[in-house]
Design a protein around this ligand. Structure first.
Ligand code: MG
Length: 158
């Protein structure tokens, strides 16, 4: 088995869509970025690639490449996971933590888990999503940014 870790941060900006784990959250601000800036999915991609020692999201989907402008991060996730599969591994489980001061995300978690489950074809119990705030401290606390931490375990395919 192989372990991987991913971390991502994006600035929050008024008027941007707020898409997290492939689910659009009703909100008047969202993560800024070249793609749809789905922070937890970017961290998940980095954790998957890291576990397989296949580089990182920037190597495979550089933000200087116009192909990935406004990209749907779920599609990037599918491509990254395909690389993992090609190298003989599949997901054991993923544990995702999203750090955001507001809005509250708890009512969207099941939909997020289902979206990720169908993107990478795994059982829902293999995908954990947790949300937390940093109690008003730092860049997440003052809502200037959002971050996400992900750990994954890959296992050899049978
Ligand atoms: Mg990112």
């Amino acid at each position: 088995m192989r372990i991987g870790f991913g971390y991502d941060v994006h600035r929050l900006r008024p008027g941007r869509k707020c898409i997290l784990c492939g689910v659009e959250i009703p909100c008047d601000f969202g993560p800024d970025g070249h793609s749809d800036a789905d922070v937890p999915v970017h961290a998940l991609i980095d954790a998957l690639l890291g576990a397989a020692a296949l580089g990182d999201i920037g190597t495979h989907f550089p933000d200087t490449d116009q192909r990935w402008k406004n990209a749907n991060s779920i599609e990037l996730l599918k491509k990254a996971y395909n690389l993992v599969l090609l190298h003989g591994y599949c997901l054991g489980n993923a544990d995702i933590t999203i750090v955001l001061q507001s809005p509250r995300l708890s009512t969207y978690i099941e939909q997020m888990r289902k979206t990720l489950t169908s993107a990478i074809i795994t059982d829902i119990e293999n995908i954990s999503i947790k949300v937390t705030t940093e109690e008003g401290l730092g860049f997440t606390g003052d809502s200037s940014g959002i971050s996400a931490y992900v750990v994954v375990l890959l296992q050899p395919q049978n």
